[in-house]
Write a protein that binds this ligand. Structure first.
Ligand SMILES: [Zn+2]
Length: 135
């Protein structure tokens, strides 16, 4: 099941919709089973609830552009890393997605360049910190 959850998480809002559909199916099955067989599988609605939570999170935080689950942005920026950014010799590059310091406008760590910002002055730094969830 974790492979399925990973696949859903990596597909952003689409994954969220699919999660909610899976949850609806599981609740439907439970209701049907209860009526038809007078059975009650507590495990099935519990799994359904997990998919509701995953679906809800994806719908709120899912990023349709990159298909990434943007949980990283909720994590506060490490103060040591912030100090390092403030005191580093400019210009330099910072990847706001994985918070690494590539030496070019391309991040080897996450394989992208959309989130790599060149820091030349305080305004660049302010933007970079803001996009990493700091003000
Ligand atoms: Zn990166």
């Amino acid at each position: 099941m974790s492979a399925l959850v990973d696949a859903l998480l990596s597909s952003g809002r689409t994954g969220g919709v699919i999660s909610l559909l899976i949850a609806a199916g599981l609740f439907g099955f439970t209701a049907f089973d209860y009526v038809a067989n007078n059975g009650f599988f507590i495990v099935v609605p519990a799994i359904g609830l997990v998919f509701v939570i995953i679906g809800g999170l994806l719908l709120v935080h899912g990023n349709p552009q990159s298909g990434e689950f943007r949980q990283a942005q909720a994590v506060p920026l490490d103060p040591d890393f912030q100090d390092r950014l403030r005191n580093m010799e400019r210009p330099y590059f910072v990847c706001t997605r994985c918070r690494s310091l590539p030496d070019q406008q391309f991040c080897d760590a996450c394989g992208g360049n959309i989130d790599v910002l060149e820091i030349r002055d305080d305004e660049d730094l302010r933007l970079a910190l803001a996009s990493m969830g700091q003000t």
